[in-house]
Design a protein around this ligand. Sequence first.
Ligand code: ZN
Ligand code: ZN
Length: 267
Amino acid sequence: MSFLHATFPTLAKLAGGWLRTALPDHCALCHRRAARQICADCAHAFDADRTDAPLRCRQCAVALPSLTTRRDGIAPPGVVGATICRTPQPLVCGQCLRLRPAFDATLALADYVAPLDTLMIRLKYHGALPFAREFGERLGDALLTRSDTTALMVPVPLAPSRLASRGFNQAWELSRVASRRAHLPASAHLLHRERTTAAQRGLSRDERRRNLRGAFVASDRVRGRRVVLVDDVMTTGATCDAAAAALKRAGATHVLAAVALRTPPTS
Ligand SMILES: [Zn+2]
Ligand SMILES: [Zn+2]
């Protein structure tokens, strides 16, 4: 569907990005020889491959710096009095405790920081669609471990004008790959942008919430269903919150936000 919306110049741009990355023989990050977009060494940027992955808020997946721990149970340097445990309990951050988002939980693969942020920028703004496979497969694998076989996968939709200029919705590209990997049905027709909103970049958390209020509408077909809501990056969580609120209004029973990358806290 996404390609049908693409203009010819956009198609040319996408084709160039695809050819450079579709058949990788070198790691996109360190440029050493590799059979896939990211070599095994660089894959350590993902939480699943790290021994020092941060604990994340159960609800919004923000890294919890004061409780950063290593999976081997040893406190990292500079952390004094941290709670260190081998089987950490799900935690909820202060932001989510103050104002519960409409989504029930969040899965994130890593923080939106170097070097993975560069891949996402290349995917979104330079048409490097094969990176959607790298992120999408990892999202699918992570969803498989949750063994929720009844969920519907729904991408966060782009505004029509943004879709027309970009030529594709990166959230749908991630969903297509992740749904095959996790054996979950995916549809881009269950959640729509009701109106065009101002760009979110540069807005505060509260401004983003106001900007997105009522922006989404969901199909009745989500009634009584668990939904995996897919997006590329969660920054403040306002977009997923507004989308999840629409899904809940339409009768979804549970919404798991599944994002490739999560913006870390600024302080
Ligand atoms: Zn590498
Ligand atoms: Zn949180």
